[in-house]
Structures are given as structure tokens and as C-alpha cells.
Design a binder for this molecule. Structure first.
Ligand code: HEC
Ligand code: HEC
Length: 422
């Protein structure tokens, strides 16, 4: 009821503008709203889902924990919310030292997980077991100048993995540092049609700029998951050591014999709780960002398009809702993978660069990032500002970056200020 009221109040304020469906005012950050009114049953499962997102899971056999036990034995953080704070993105590193818990080190060897440590390096374990490792980062500065002489500095990360419980990593195991992305609007991203993605991938204007998008999954920084359900099952398994019907395994490998202890039965997450956390994510709105009614709006959008940013960060997409309506969202993504050059590539344990293809990051909540602490951008949080994020663009995005660099300082500022209002 209150949700429905808030929704219609937002409509009355003209917030849900025609080309920006899915935005809702965030009156209370602890209680993020849905993007559409929910029927009674839907409202109940949305609220249950929000509670599941906030649930701190406990070890198997803990007293009075019937539905929320089975955590671990290896895990990273014991709740979804610990990494995706009320739907917001996780924190990246502010400086040198141990990485925050919401930056996960995924592992890949060949086409699969690391044979010893699994899909993620788990930095926590239940009592009686040791964590797999401890991860820290060290940055070195890279300096440069714009054509007009103004200086910039970027920070280049190097990861250190210590206290490896089951021996050194193989030299060709790729370390994939990933900050937890925001969950806002995930359900709308899921509704962007494949036909639309195919059209974007074939767009001659993009091709002329050297941009060739590749279709993969829609979720994760590299589109590794095809759906919110798949990503959620993987999160339960790999980040929390919790089995679901969809993925009845945790991140223990055959090499880790003690890791099989203390599981709470299959599935540990029952179907009702899984369905609810899915329903919550599928209906979660994108918080509205304060936009003063200002003249810079059109100029910023024009600069963004003229630089070629919009060839990947697509400002408009049509999606069909459950009620049959077609609406236009402004996610600023084509949900395609692009090669962004060697600078952003993951590196293996021996320091050699590997994967460099990334899903175009949706920009529709980047304006909210500074709200939750020191802002960090890009897949590993290396950029401390929107400007730094843009300066890291290379590969297929090199031309767009060069056009951005060639703007005078006033126009660069205008474009960045516009980005900060997305
Ligand atoms: C330890 C931190 C951590 C926890 C706990 C965690 N996640 Fe994530 N989440 C991540 C990271 C890191 C990614 C990015 C994965 C990638 O790029 O492959 C991610 C990605 C996602 C995405 C994809 C978003 C997008 O737009 O790409 C969804 C959805 C998601 N998580 C849901 C959940 C749910 C639901 C839970 C709880 C069941 C959860 N996560 C628990 C770290 C976490
Ligand atoms: C070839 C496609 C492409 C073009 C062109 C492009 N981007 Fe991106 N952008 C990406 C991808 C892919 C990422 C994610 C990279 C990563 O996380 O390592 C990204 C990330 C970003 C981010 C960080 C988002 C976040 O959530 O942390 C910002 C800001 C951004 N782009 C702005 C721009 C601007 C401004 C332009 C134009 C000057 C531009 N991009 C041009 C593909 C592109």
C-alpha cells in the first residue's frame, strides 16, 4: 500500500519521465522502492526478498536458525547486503592495503575455475577452518596530460595474495578483482531484448568507430551470468557457501577435503527464500538522482553522443513490462562486451595480461556512487572519479576517450557534471 502510494506520488511529480522509466525517489535508502506498483502478493514477496538480501546467514546447526543456516564453510561475506548495500554498489579500495570485503577476487584457469581454490578466493571461513587467503592491493601512479596541458593521475593496481592455505597459485591462474555492482534496475536490464542487443552489435555507426560488441550474459562485469537467477545462485554458492536448488554446490574443490564438512543439507537456501530475493531484484527501481532543471542537460547529452560514448553506453532502450506496456529506460548500456585495452586487463599470478572484454557498465546510477562513501568506479574500483574512469577507456573505446581528452576544460567539466547527474 505505502509502496503504491509512493509510486503514484512520484508520477505526479513528473519524475517518471517518458524516456527514463524505472526511476523512483529514494526517500529512505534502507527501503529502496520498486519501479512499478506491486499487487498484494508481489508486495509481500518483494518485502520478504529485501529481508533475504539483508539476512546474515549462520553456520549449519546454529540454534533457532532453521531457514537461514548453512553458511560456508568457506565464504566471503555472510549476507548479500554486506556487498550490495541496500542495492548500492560495494566499496572499492580507498588506498593501499587489505581490500574491502565487497571487492572479490575471482579465479580462472583455462576456461574454468582454479582447480585448488575454486571460483573465488574465499577470505573467510566458519570456526575451525582457515580462510583461503588474504588479499591486498598496492597502487602506483600513472601521470599524463590533456592536449590543453592540464594534468591527470590514474592509479594502477597490483594485487598481493598472501596466507594461501593450500599452496601457491598456479602461474597461469588469472586473478579477477571485482567490486560488487549496484543491483538497481537489474530487472529492467533483464528485459532488454536480444534482438535489440543484436541490432546494437551490428550498428554501422559503432563499426565505423571500431566498436564491435559481442553478446554474452547480461550480468557481472564481463557478462558471465545470463540471468539474475543464475547470478544469485552463484552468489549464494561462491560468496556465501550456500547451496540452492539451481546450484547445489559450494565453492569447495575436490582438493579441499575438509571443506565438505558442516554443510546444512541440500538445498540450504529453500525455494521460497530464493524466489523472494529474485522477485526483489527483478522489481528494484533505480533511485532518482536530483537534477536541477538546468541548461547543462542538453549540452551534456550532446557532448556524450558527439564523443561516441553513446555507441556503447546506449541512452535509450525499449523494454516490455509484465502488464504489456512498452517503456523506455535510460540505462546507458548496450549490455555487450567490448575490448577496452590492455590497461584494464586481468592479470595471472605471473603478471601476464589476460581477458580485457567488459560489459558496458550501465551508467544509470553512477551519480549515486559518492553517497555511500569514497566513490570508486570500474570493475575493480581503481578509478576514484568519473574522470579517471573515462581516462582508463582504451581499445574499442580509444576514439571516444581521445575525443573527450580533446575537449577544452570547460566542456570536459560539463560532460563530467552531466555524468554525475545520471
Ligand atoms: C562478497 C561480496 C558479495 C556478496 C556476499 C554477494 N555479491 Fe553479488 N556480486 C558481487 C560481485 C563481485 C559481483 C560482480 C560479479 C562479476 O562481475 O562476475 C556481483 C554481482 C551481482 C549481480 C549482477 C549485477 C550486475 O548488474 O551485473 C547480482 C544480481 C548480484 N550480485 C546479486 C547478489 C545476491 C542476490 C547476493 C546474495 C545472495 C549477492 N549478490 C551476494 C559480490 C557479492
Ligand atoms: C567501446 C565501448 C565504450 C565506449 C565507446 C565508452 N565506454 Fe564507458 N565503459 C565501457 C565499459 C566496457 C565499461 C566497464 C569497464 C570496466 O569496468 O573495466 C565502461 C565504464 C565506464 C564508466 C564507469 C562506470 C562504473 O560503473 O564504474 C564510466 C563513467 C564511463 N564508462 C563513461 C564513458 C564515457 C563518458 C565515454 C565517452 C567518452 C565512454 N564511457 C565510452 C564501454 C565503453
Amino acid at each position: 500500500m505505502t509502496r503504491a502510494l509512493a509510486f503514484f506520488a512520484a508520477l505526479a511529480c513528473g519524475r517518471a519521465a517518458a524516456a527514463d522509466f524505472g526511476r523512483q525517489p529514494l526517500a529512505d535508502p534502507r527501503d529502496p522502492p520498486a519501479y512499478a506498483p506491486l499487487s498484494g502478493g508481489e508486495g509481500a514477496s518483494y518485502e520478504l526478498g529485501q529481508r533475504v538480501l539483508n539476512t546474515q546467514w549462520v553456520v549449519a546447526g546454529a540454534p533457532r536458525a532453521a531457514r537461514i543456516d548453512g553458511l560456508g564453510p568457506l565464504f566471503n561475506i555472510g549476507s548479500c547486503d554486506g556487498c550490495h548495500n541496500d542495492g548500492a554498489r560495494g566499496r572499492g579500495p580507498e588506498g593501499d592495503g587489505p581490500v574491502p570485503g565487497s571487492l572479490v577476487l575471482q579465479l580462472q584457469r583455462g576456461a574454468g575455475p582454479d582447480p585448488v581454490y575454486g571460483h573465488t578466493l574465499n577470505v573467510a571461513a566458519i570456526d575451525g577452518l582457515e580462510a583461503e587467503a588474504a588479499v591486498s592491493v598496492h597502487y602506483r601512479a600513472r601521470h599524463g596530460r590533456y592536449p590543453d596541458g592540464e594534468r591527470w593521475t590514474l592509479r594502477v593496481p597490483a594485487y598481493r595474495v598472501e596466507a594461501l592455505r593450500d599452496g601457491a597459485l598456479a602461474a597461469d591462474t588469472v586473478l579477477q578483482p571485482r567490486v560488487a555492482p549496484a543491483l538497481y534496475g537489474a530487472g529492467l536490464l533483464e528485459r532488454i531484448s536480444d534482438a535489440q542487443r543484436r541490432r546494437w552489435a551490428a550498428d554501422p555507426a559503432a563499426r565505423r568507430d571500431g566498436i564491435r560488441g559481442e553478446r554474452a550474459g547480461r550480468f557481472g562485469w564481463q557478462g558471465a551470468s545470463v540471468s539474475i537467477a543464475e547470478q544469485t545462485a552463484r552468489a549464494f554458492s561462491r560468496e556465501m557457501g550456500l547451496m540452492t536448488r539451481l546450484l547445489p554446490a559450494d565453492d569447495c574443490t575436490p582438493a579441499q577435503t575438509r571443506c565438505r564438512l558442516a554443510d546444512g543439507g541440500v538445498p540450504e537456501v529453500d525455494d521460497a527464500l530464493f524466489a523472494a530475493v529474485l522477485a526483489f531484484q527483478q522489481k528494484l527501481a533505480v533511485p532518482a538522482v536530483q537534477r536541477r532543471p538546468e541548461s547543462g542537460e542538453r549540452a551534456g547529452a550532446t557532448l556524450f553522443a558527439a564523443a561516441g560514448c553513446a555507441l556503447c553506453h546506449r541512452p535509450r532502450a525499449s523494454v516490455r513490462l509484465d502488464d504489456g506496456r512498452t517503456v523506455t529506460i535510460a540505462a546507458y548500456s548496450d549490455l555487450l562486451l567490448h575490448d577496452l585495452g590492455p590497461g584494464l586487463a586481468d592479470r595471472d599470478a605471473a603478471g601476464r595480461p589476460h581477458t580485457r572484454r567488459w560489459r558496458t557498465a550501465p551508467l544509470w546510477a553512477v551519480g549515486l556512487v559518492p553517497r555511500t562513501g569514497v566513490p570508486t568506479y570500474l570493475h575493480d574500483g581503481r578509478a576514484l572519479s568519473l574522470e579517471q574512469a573515462v581516462l582508463w577507456h582504451d581499445g574499442e573505446a580509444a576514439r571516444a576517450r581521445l575525443r573527450f581528452e580533446a575537449l577544452d576544460a570547460g566542456r570536459r567539466g560539463q560532460l563530467l557534471a552531466w555524468l554525475a547527474r545520471r
